[in-house]
Design a binder for this molecule. Structure first.
Ligand SMILES: [Zn+2]
Length: 116
């Protein structure tokens, strides 16, 4: 598929398709981000600033992108031992991320892991 000719819907489908190679999924996500472009408002709760980038396809202003990006780096650093429920900023947008553990049903909205 030529991603530059794809519709936003097609790009989204590629980005969230688990059977697609990761590199292609990232390319589709970047292309989608480019096409969505301007006029988007940050999706972080109560924020009304203009979105300047996306995190996992969720439009964010620069400050909230930086918060979530820094938190994500801390979370994935092995020595941090940070729990999923401690991802304060990420959990505020997790329900908007199609492949988040919340939307996959693995984690409850408060960040605790499902036991049932
Ligand atoms: Zn924001």
């Amino acid at each position: 598929m030529n991603l530059s000719n794809a519709t936003k819907r097609q790009l989204y489908e590629v980005a969230v398709d688990h059977d697609t190679p990761l590199e292609l999924r990232y390319k589709a996500a970047r292309e989608l981000q480019r096409k969505v472009g301007d006029n988007l408002i940050c999706k972080y709760p109560s924020c009304t600033r203009k979105a300047t980038s996306t995190f996992a396809l969720v439009p964010l202003c620069g400050d909230h992108y930086d918060d979530i990006h820094a938190e994500t780096i801390r979370y994935y650093r092995v020595t941090t031992k940070m729990q999923y429920a401690e991802r304060e900023h990420y959990l505020k947008i997790a329900k908007l991320i199609p492949w988040s553990r919340i939307n996959m049903g693995e984690v409850l909205p408060d960040g605790s892991v499902r036991r049932d």
